[in-house]
Design a protein around this ligand. Structure first.
Ligand SMILES: Nc1nc2c(ncn2[C@@H]2O[C@H](COP(=O)(O)OP(=O)(O)OP(=O)(O)O)[C@@H](O)[C@H]2O)c(=O)[nH]1
Ligand SMILES: [Mg+2]
Length: 206
């Protein structure tokens, strides 16, 4: 799937991000808070995969576009071929758990991080682990995920999609890390839409 199929017409670097994690941890809320600045007390449980995008500015004042794919929790079992494709195209993976739900934390190692090891991923892909629902202080059931994050080479941040805490920071950190990898030639071949020629282009990035 190329960037221009999804409306990238500005010629700016476009990066694909997938969001995974257990049911109801707040994946859709997390993405909607960032892309639309809104929070709803309830979203219909996601089916398949949903797509949103937003531009972000990097430290050197460049714009990059994030294409964010919000996966339903059962995507990899129900849509094996589709999921494989998304994983192999992703520049970054956001793995979300709910700090009030111990099972969603345990499933990180037993399912999600293991799932990633089964997939073909881009070299130099970026990973971030998100402990969501940080506003529910009294219901916290997971003390700290820092060491797990370190073990799997992920950054770790706690967020509240409800209050908006750390949401922009999580995405800007991720965007910056992807951008740095891209600038350093981390993603050897990349496709994006050119401003003057909207036809798909294959470019070699050094
Ligand atoms: N208090 C609080 N509730 C949240 C937060 N994020 C999400 N929720 C609530 O958690 C529930 C599930 O949120 P969703 O965003 O639908 O979760 P999801 O991971 O996309 O769920 P599936 O698509 O079913 O896998 C909803 O009732 C949200 O309102 C948060 O940061 N704080
Ligand atoms: Mg959802």
């Amino acid at each position: 799937m190329s960037a221009d199929e999804y409306g990238s017409d500005s010629g700016i670097p476009t990066f694909k991000i997938i969001v995974i994690g257990d049911v109801s941890v707040g994946k859709t809320s997390f993405v909607s808070r960032f892309c639309e600045g809104e929070f709803k007390e309830s979203y219909p449980s996601s089916i398949g995969v949903d797509f949103k995008s937003k531009e972000v500015r990097t430290n050197d004042n460049s714009n990059v576009k994030l294409q964010i794919w919000d996966f339903s929790a059962d995507i990899s079992s129900r849509f094996v071929t589709v999921a494989k494709h998304f994983y192999s195209e992703a520049h970054a993976i956001i793995i979300v758990f709910d700090i009030t739900n111990k099972e969603s934390f345990q499933d990180l190692e037993s399912h999600w991080l293991g799932e990633l090891q089964q997939q073909t991923l881009r070299e130099n892909h970026v990973k971030i682990l998100i402990g969501n629902k940080s506003d529910l202080v009294e219901r916290r059931a997971v003390s700290d995920a820092t060491s797990l994050a370190k073990k799997y080479n992920c950054e770790y941040m706690e967020t509240s999609a409800k209050k908006g805490d750390n949401i922009d920071k999580a995405f800007s950190t991720l965007a910056q890390n992807i951008y740095n990898a891209w600038k350093n030639g981390g993603f050897k071949e990349e496709e994006w839409a050119d401003e003057k020629d909207s036809k798909k282009k294959k470019c070699t990035l050094q």
